[in-house]
Design a protein around this ligand. Structure first.
Ligand code: ATP
Ligand code: MG
Length: 255
């Protein structure tokens, strides 16, 4: 696949496809911990996020030459656990794209959940990268609307820093008109209330199984990250109002 972390598409032995980021990716090892924690928390509040998985690569695996994968072996996918982001469906019968032209973007099936929900989520988790989605539909259903799925959450929590350098202008999707329909805090429901009502034990449960080797030199910081994320819930409404009041007026129809 494209991407700074040099992810690759794997067919795994559960019969599903995953876009896999390696522990030794050229970005940061914590990108894997970030991906897992962020996707689990996104699932917890009901956002349409690509399902996260631990992908175990064994010594025996061989890249599929017909998929152009011959160069992949030795490219950082050593035996052990790596992060997988579930590919929506099967590449043979599902159309998947990173970008849609505006007329198709307007028709996205889960438009509100995807764009407005992701904005709220990225504010909360302080995603320091641009928001990315993949859009997909079955190749059999020509002309049917695409669905959106959040991907690339590796720079939530400020990449390998595990800090929250809030900035008003972060987190907008590249097509700003997607926020034209936002008319108040209620536009971010039910996600806002779900985040505010989370229990700390639910956030802690999202850490389960994350290997210490995904956390860099101080794996103990992972539980502090979860605590900080939990504590940020209560400032989220105000953070959205601050964005609304900013000079950019990103929500022109807020009433
Ligand atoms: N779950 C998924 N399903 C389908 N395609 C995916 C999925 N996850 C990632 N991709 C594809 O792989 C590409 C790279 O993934 P991603 O953006 O997560 O990697 P990255 O290395 O973090 O990229 P960046 O250069 O943005 O930091 C995406 O642009 C998308 O095309
Ligand atoms: Mg990316």
């Amino acid at each position: 696949m494209q991407g700074g972390s040099k992810p690759c598409l794997f067919l795994c032995d559960d019969g599903r496809y995953y876009v896999v980021k390696s522990r030794s990716n050229p970005q940061h090892v914590r990108v894997l911990a970030n991906e897992m924690l962020a996707a689990r928390v996104a699932q917890l509040i009901g956002l349409p996020v690509a399902e996260p998985a631990f992908v175990e690569i064994t010594n025996e695996w061989e890249p599929r030459a017909e998929a152009g994968g011959v160069g992949v072996k030795g490219a950082g996918f050593a035996a052990g656990l790596h992060f997988g982001s579930r590919y929506p469906g099967n590449p043979e019968d599902t159309l998947v794209t990173d970008i849609l032209p505006d007329p198709l973007l307007r028709r996205v099936r889960n438009f509100r959940e995807a764009f407005w929900g992701a904005f709220l989520f990225d504010k909360w988790t302080c995603n320091c990268d641009v928001r990315q989605f993949v859009f997909y539909h079955s190749a059999m259903e020509k002309g049917s609307p695409y669905s959106a799925c959040l991907i690339d959450n590796g720079f939530c929590f400020n990449d390998g820093d595990w800090s929250f350098p809030d900035a008003i202008l972060l987190n907008f999707y590249s097509r700003r008109w997607v926020y034209e329909g936002v008319c108040g805090l209620q536009s971010f429901e039910p996600f806002l209330t779900r985040i505010e009502n989370l229990r700390s034990s639910e956030v802690d449960a999202c850490l389960q199984g994350i290997p210490p080797e995904w956390c860099g030199s101080e794996p103990g910081e992972l539980s502090r990250l979860a605590e900080a994320l939990y504590a940020r819930r209560q400032g989220l409404s105000q953070a959205i109002i601050d964005v609304k009041n900013s000079a950019q007026r990103p929500f022109p129809n807020w009433r």
